[in-house]
Design a protein around this ligand. Sequence first.
Ligand code: ADP
Length: 192
Amino acid sequence: MKYYIIFGPPGAGKGTQSVLLAEKYSLTHISTGELLRKEIESKSELGLKVKAIIENGRLVDDATILEMLNKVVSEAQNGNKGYILDGYPRTIPQAEALDKILEAKGQKVTAVISLEIDEEVIFQRIAMRAQMEERKDDMDRATIENRIVQYHKKTEPLIAYYKESGRYYRVNGNKSIDENFKDICDIIDKIK
Ligand code: ADP
């Protein structure tokens, strides 16, 4: 099984690239943000709990995220060659939890693909997405800024965490969707 992590700040294009990668390499795409938005939509207990947190641009607590992740990883379909994790891990404790889950299966993270993107491009992309999708956390400048602050504070330390294991690969995320996809595929094909 392959376990790829697609990494980067909000608006880097993780979701878009994950869909393309899942199709090309027969991977299951797990987007924690998408799963959380579905919970909010269905007004489940979990959805009600996380709604305000997400709409303020803060992170949902690690235990809640982990419980959700464990559920989807154990529901894998036939023909699945691995996973593309999009939006997980977002904190060091989440990365440690993932390592433990994989270790128990005799597996490890195959590669972390990091989309590096300029801060002004982040705002442009999120503004574009806000026009196409109804995401409350994309509509308000303060919320977007808050998500970027959370990213720097809690998620960015993961770069050093994964660099240390030698499985960290950088991609210039400022380019077009097609160019980014090609760069990512080149990395995946090289380490296969
Ligand atoms: P983006 O990458 O553009 O911020 P996501 O859809 O990945 O969009 O995430 C949306 C929101 O969902 C985050 O701002 C956060 O509140 C919550 N979320 C998603 N994944 C996690 C996670 N692994 N840990 C904590 N909160 C998360």
